[in-house]
Design a binder for this molecule. Structure first.
Ligand code: TYD
Ligand code: MG
Length: 454
């Protein structure tokens, strides 16, 4: 009888029933290997037929105190962690190469060490010399962080066992090498095994562990979500290379709210906190120009004002260009379609460019109305008043839908010196302070109201 064989790709983890030279899922060569131990043996007795030991059950109300948290003193970092670092938790910080992960974690390590934690920083990417040079540049050489450059996971775990730190930082998980796994460092099976070893080691010793993970081309950490479910907290460190600001975003957090952000600025002396991001994003705004609109956005619980710019120009091509930076291209197509169908603003034969200034990425539908305003303003060559903000979601019918945290957005606008706002009508009254509020019924009403009868 033919043996049941199973093969899997050491890069992406895809399982196939036959061997081939190239993986059909990720197109990598020479990565398909036979899975040992998966072929079926003789049928075993079902588990239910054999008695195991009884597990002790408990109530929902906890009798032990919640795990202690340690603040780093960097407000932007502590907030993203849900109010400081939880003892015994596992965190992964993902981001593009060169975005500043090592810098952030070295600074955080020094802060936590200063606040009483015993911190070990292990780098598989840089020599101790390189890290010491960075520490010098960041002015951290006095801090009691213990440092090593190593990739062998067995040696690292032995060291952590004897040193027994409160926090271990592993930079990066892709460089770790578990010698009991038969594939190259950086492959999915190595990353999965290393992350599992490190997180279970950390849990059993009540040590916190922070892993650094590079994101793949597709934007996931080390392949399709292999690490994200093993850890308590998943943070992404984002930003544009050409811009100075960086955003630390929590996408999963068992100890606090997800979607919280911290804003930093990369300076010559490392990362500095940005306490007032709106002021940073609006700082380069010049005189009002057609196509420029200030959007009152919210990231997590933080209001964040930024400028949305549009340019509309006659197209030399038979198929006009639609180009977007910092927003969703499909959403732009939708807004253009709604403007054409419901408001009689035509974009046929016109190239459309949309840009979120400062290199910020927005994913909120609340930006719809600001985008529509920028598009019409660019197309009509009519500037909007400099001291107003705009936000609101647009539905396909052309109606405007209220968005969350309206008051929060308005308050931030007022704080930054704006005097008027345009947003959808709310079910309940909102406190607007001294802002002059306009709440059009629908998109057509908005276009007529702002740009006059056309
Ligand atoms: P790094 O932390 O090495 O990035 P990652 O670990 O995510 O790959 O940061 C790399 C970039 O940061 C590098 O291009 C130089 C820049 N940088 C500064 O601008 N100022 C600084 O003080 C430091 C340490 C780095
Ligand atoms: Mg690095």
């Amino acid at each position: 009888m033919a043996k049941d064989l199973s093969f899997s790709c050491s890069e992406c983890g895809a399982v196939t029933s036959k061997w081939s030279g190239k993986c059909d899922s990720c197109n990598a060569w020479n990565t398909i290997q036979e899975d040992k131990g998966l072929s079926k043996g003789p049928a075993k007795k079902s588990l239910g037929a054999m008695r195991g030991k009884a597990i002790e059950l408990t109530d929902l109300a906890s009798k032990t105190a919640p795990p202690p948290r340690t603040m780093s003193g960097v407000g932007e970092l502590d907030r993203v962690l849900g109010g400081g670092l939880v003892a015994g938790s596992a965190v992964i910080v993902g981001g593009d190469p060169g975005i500043g992960k090592s810098t952030l974690l070295l600074q955080a390590a020094a802060r936590f060490a200063r606040n009483g934690l015993k911190v070990v920083y292990i780098s598989g990417e840089e020599s101790t010399n390189q890290i010491q040079m960075r520490a010098e540049r960041l002015g951290l050489t006095e801090s009691p962080v213990r440092l090593a450059s190593e990739t062998n996971l067995r040696d690292i775990l032995t060291t952590l066992e004897t040193e027994a730190p409160d926090l271990a930082i592993i930079d990066s998980i892709q460089t770790m090498w578990a010698d009991n796994v038969d594939s190259a460092p950086g492959s999915v099976s190595q990353v999965r095994a290393s992350a599992h070893e490190l997180t279970s080691f950390a849990k059993s010793r009540n040590m916190s562990v922070v892993l650094v993970g590079h994101v793949t081309k597709e934007g996931a950490i080390a392949g399709p979500r292999v690490v994200e479910h093993m850890v308590d907290t998943v943070l992404y460190f984002e930003g544009e290379r050409g811009h100075q600001f960086r955003i630390l975003r929590s996408v999963k957090n068992r100890f606090g709210p997800a979607d919280e952000i911290g804003v930093f600025e990369m300076t010559g002396k490392g990362l500095a906190e940005v306490k007032n991001p709106s002021a940073l994003f609006l700082s380069e705004r010049g005189t009002p120009a057609p196509g420029s609109v200030v959007f009152a956005g919210v990231e997590g619980t933080r209001p964040m004002l930024c400028e949305i710019q549009a340019l509309v120009a006659p197209s030399p091509h038979s198929q006009p260009r639609r180009s977007v930076v910092g927003w969703d291209g499909a959403r732009l197509a939708m807004i253009i379609a709604v403007l054409e169908a419901r408001c009689d603003v035509a974009f046929g034969g016109l190239d459309v460019y949309l840009n979120v200034a400062g290199g910020l990425r927005i994913s909120e539908p609340a930006a719809d109305l600001a985008v529509a305003a920028a598009l019409v303003s660019a197309r009509e060559d009519a500037s909007l008043p400099r001291e107003g903000v705009i936000f609101g979601e647009i539905s396909l019918s052309g109606a405007l839908r209220p968005v969350s945290q309206t008051e929060n957005r308005l308050k931030e606008a007022e704080k930054l010196g704006f005097t008027s706002a345009i947003c959808p009508q709310q079910k309940k009254n909102v406190a607007v302070g001294a802002l002059n509020l306009r709440q059009p019924q629908d998109l057509a009403g908005f276009v007529k109201d702002v740009f006059g009868a056309r």
